[in-house]
Design a protein around this ligand. Structure first.
Ligand code: GDP
Length: 424
């Protein structure tokens, strides 16, 4: 048995879905263990192009079992719509190859609404939420004001529990935000439309993992977002509300005692960030527009233009450490082919002092980038499949990044398609 986590090292959108789709051929089980429908993992393969939100990126491999663990914000509507869409593209999805933990808490109809209401209230101080209800969901989960997927099997008890929470939640919706309360009828409709079709997939994962272990199955854990958005280790308060780090993978997956053998950190060859918060190596104006267009940097879930900038080695070093990465997948190297000189942010200047350490979150907006320039290679590299066939300047760039971040770059991705990969 060999277990591996694929995690984001930076702000998210590093290309994790693309790497899971590639590497999952060596694994029997792929598990999503945190986050929710705010994810947008892009996968391009023989079935087409997908932006997966809740489904693990291993679902396209028929011999892989996909699992949604207890750490995920389980939105029945989002998941059922996604299952229907993926099936419509010819992918077989049944309770045999998709399993949802009975211990996962349900993202409830008011979570999305509260997300929107709070962002509206914050106005120009908003956190940049994707409005998928993630923050209200996790705060209610830790207040124990959610219902578990396994409760769906006893309809009467489920509604009793849910209506108690609804009454409590309506106090906030009506009295704090002056908005319309959720009704019993709306809950019933939601239940029929999305919870009933979800029930065949819901299962207790304990026996499943025990069996997998006994049969020597290989398990892959697929993370959402990246180190810098982690609730504990990220750029507070511009983080997500869950643990995006590898150490949480077994807990959120439903197999807390499992050990990870490999942790593959996914890193983009330049830096991007969606939403609000400090981003030290950010570019603006024409230079930013050019990189955004070259890399097609628009959010997979929201379509929002991503903020772009020079490769941030300071943030990436920190991200590698937080994840405990054992190897790196460097994605989108092909996007940099148009540049004559490639800037890399190697250090920060924080209140006049130069440092190579990632600062405490409240110091980030006082940080300036210290930039070094490397030679560009000026030719298309998307067809290259062997490291030694890359132009020298491209190889030098990869080796320079490797030295800067202190971790072996095992994979170099030179295009979004499954086969556009160099394995070292
Ligand atoms: P994830 O959330 O970490 O899975 O990343 P996203 O799917 O949000 O964003 C990554 C984007 O980069 C997607 O549009 C991918 O198709 C694309 N992509 C991934 N790897 C490469 C690559 O090596 N080259 C290019 N040009 N695009 C890539």
């Amino acid at each position: 048995m060999s277990n591996c986590a694929i995690v984001g090292i930076n702000w998210g959108d590093e290309g994790k879905g693309r790497m899971v789709d590639l590497i999952s051929s060596d694994y029997d089980v792929v598990v999503r263990y945190q986050g929710g429908g705010n994810a947008g993992h892009t996968v391009i393969n023989e079935y087409g192009k997908f932006a997966l939100h809740l489904l693990p990126s291993g679902i396209f491999r028929q011999d892989v079992v996909s699992v949604i663990g207890n750490g995920v914000a389980l939105d029945p509507q989002s998941l059922i719509e996604e299952i229907r869409y993926v099936r419509s593209k010819g992918v077989q999805l049944t309770p045999a190859n998709l399993k949802v933990s009975s211990r996962a808490s349900l993202l409830l109809p008011w979570h999305k609404e509260l997300d929107c209401l709070e962002e509206q209230r914050l106005a120009d101080k908003k956190y940049g939420s994707t409005k998928q209800g993630i923050a209200p969901f996790y705060s209610d989960k830790y207040q124990k004001k959610t219902v578990l997927a396994g409760e769906l099997f006893d309809e009467k008890a489920f509604f009793e529990h849910l209506e108690g929470i609804m009454e409590w939640k309506n106090l906030t919706i009506e009295k704090v935000y002056n908005a319309a309360p959720t009704t019993r009828e709306a809950l019933k409709e939601w239940y029929e439309a999305y919870c009933v079709p979800l029930m065949p997939f819901i299962t207790d994962l304990t026996d499943f993992y025990d069996e997998a272990e006994q049969n020597g199955k290989n398990i892959m854990f697929e993370a959402q977002l990246g180190s810098l958005r982690d609730i504990d280790y990220g750029i507070h308060p511009y983080t997500t509300s869950s643990s995006t780090i590898a150490a949480y993978a077994p807990v959120g997956a439903g197999a807390p005692a499992l050990r990870l053998d490999d942790i593959i950190g996914v890193v983009k060859a330049y830096s991007t960030c969606v939403g609000e918060g400090p981003f030290t190596s950010e570019w603006f104006g024409e230079e930013a527009d050019k990189l955004r267009e070259a890399g097609d940097e628009y959010g997979a879930k929201t379509g929002r233009p991503r903020r772009v900038g020079a490769f941030d080695a300071v943030a990436t070093r920190y991200g590698v450490k937080v994840q405990g990465a054992t190897a790196i997948a460097l994605t989108k190297l092909d996007v940099l082919s148009y540049m004559d000189k490639i800037p890399v942010c190697t250090k920060y200047k924080v209140k006049g002092t130069v440092t190579d350490k990632f600062p405490f979150p409240s110091l980030l907006d006082k940080s300036e980038p210290v930039i070094e320039y490397l030679d560009g290679w000026g030719e298309d590299i998307s067809g290259v499949r062997l490291f030694e066939d890359l132009p020298k300047a491209a190889r030098d760039y990869v080796l320079y990044i490797e030295k800067q971040i202190g971790c072996f770059i095992k994979y170099v991705s030179v295009g979004p398609e499954r086969e556009s990969i160099i394995i070292r």
